[in-house]
Design a protein around this ligand. Sequence first.
Ligand code: GDP
Length: 364
Amino acid sequence: GFKMGIVGLPNVGKSTLFNALTRTAAAQAANFPFCTIEPNVGEVAVPDARLDTLAEIAGSKQIIPTRMTFVDIAGLVKGASKGEGLGNQFLANIRETDAIAHVLRCFEDGDVTHVEGRVDPVADAEVIETELMLADMESIEKRLVNIVRKVRGGDKEAVQQERLLRTAMAALEDGKPARTVEVDEDDKKAWKMLQLLTSKPILYVCNVDEASSATGNEFSKKVAQMAAEQGAASVVISAQIEEEISQLEADEAEMFLSEMGLEEAGLDRLIRAGYELLHLETYFTVGPKEARAWTIKQGTRAPQAAGVIHGDFEKGFIRAETIAYDDFVTLGGEQPAKEAGKMRAEGKAYTVKDGDVLHFLFNN
Ligand code: GDP
């Protein structure tokens, strides 16, 4: 599955947000055992109304949404890269994530101490980014020692790694995070394997006061501007409200939202923003037993998409019977779609599209 790390300075609302995310009724209602894997790791259902529509048409007994993992990564403070705060463990935690949700304090509250003594989300973002850049530089330096040795020994992969590490280092020394480096197609895989902290895509989460939850405020506007300049994404959320909503039943939550002038829970927006940030898509498997959503990267071909369900599906892949979501819904289900000639047989080269309803045929 895909994993988002929640980072930010202390007291910005990370834990509040994490609790809201993982305790929400929506996260749990969805017929899969909600699990807190570890105290700071939780799985969340990705909200997708299409899945309910498909289940209704097919009369599926069970609805199983696709999931996303969130990790609450505490301990990032100024000096963290020097081993202050929680030290290296949390850097390792960040390294394992696919993307970063960077929570920024965009609310004033005299009762909640700000570690830097003022509310300035753009400056806060820089504090964290600087720590991550320093940590990257340190790890690159360490790794280069080994890699240079391997290059001398004639290791071809090491040649590529050395080149990429030096490119990243040049950017960092220039004050730019590794995500600003443009990487050739041939280098993309090796680049990702470097797991540089500042190469991960960022979603800025503006934690605003209750009154600003629908509109945002001056602080969140500055963050939005910063995000736009960096080509990053941002969302406005009130972690405290979200935590309150997460305690409510679905219909109560809906009423509460409309009273606040919100169309949907901020958490839904947050999860979907994460999905977009990671260039993820959803395909569906639909039958009388269950309707289920599966997550793939954009551009995934049919056998690899099948592999998300089970490794054997990929190995023995024969073909995928495919119905586009719109056809499935407009025509009223699998059988009518088939009769209308809208079920296609697709082979190994087929690139799965968002919303595809699929059946896989495979050899055991
Ligand atoms: P963390 O250290 O980043 O995990 O921060 P917490 O989630 O523990 O929150 C720190 C404090 O700020 C707690 O007392 C929260 O109740 C409070 N807090 C979190 N979000 C908000 C918010 O949106 N508004 C206000 N006024 N307080 C908040």
